[in-house]
Design a binder for this molecule. Structure first.
Ligand code: FES
Ligand code: FES
Length: 162
């Protein structure tokens, strides 16, 4: 067993893990943050996406020991002071979910792509960047719509602040 320490949603956490323990299992089983889902065992579905040092990663394909010392953000860390993150609000407003199983991973992937592209995101780029996230319910249309709406809002916010 190895002791790992990392920052998760702004809080420093530590735990004993085996060398083979996946980050997603550390997050779910040791920290009780079950918003991060496991939807496959082939690294394809993206239900497990979290941010590590500001970039989206699949936590089912990352070892907990690899995340030692890093900053992890999960879906539970997005809302601030009881207010949904703009991407969460846009998924709600645009009906970007049905069963919700894929949603945490979709939202975390969306936040990363908006951070990278800002208000310059177009539909083609959103669809390309969603290649690692599978949704069995929605047909993706409203997910894409939600991400574009959030990007426009967040991009406009950034421009207003500049
Ligand atoms: S659980 Fe499916 S990609 Fe991670
Ligand atoms: S909303 Fe059901 S899998 Fe995406």
């Amino acid at each position: 067993m190895t002791k790992v320490t990392m920052t998760v949603n702004g809080r420093q956490v530590s735990g004993e893990v085996e060398d083979r323990t996946l980050l997603v299992h550390f997050i779910r089983d040791k920290l009780g943050l079950t918003g991060t889902h496991v939807g496959c065992d082939t690294s394809q579905c993206g239900a497990c996406v979290v941010h590590m040092d500001g970039r989206s990663i699949k936590s089912c394909s990352t070892l907990a020991v690899q995340a030692a010392g890093s900053e992890i953000l999960t879906i539970e860390g997005l809302a601030k002071d009881g207010e949904l993150h703009p991407v969460q609000a846009a998924f709600k407003a645009n009906h970007g979910l049905q069963c919700g199983f894929c949603t945490p991973g979709m939202v975390m992937t969306a936040v990363d792509m908006i951070n990278r592209y800002g208000g310059r995101l177009d539909e083609k780029t959103v669809r390309e960047n969603l290649e690692g996230n599978i949704c069995r319910c929605t047909g993706y249309h409203n997910i894409v719509k939600a991400i574009l709406a959030a990007a426009a809002e967040m991009g406009a916010g950034r421009q207003a602040a500049e």
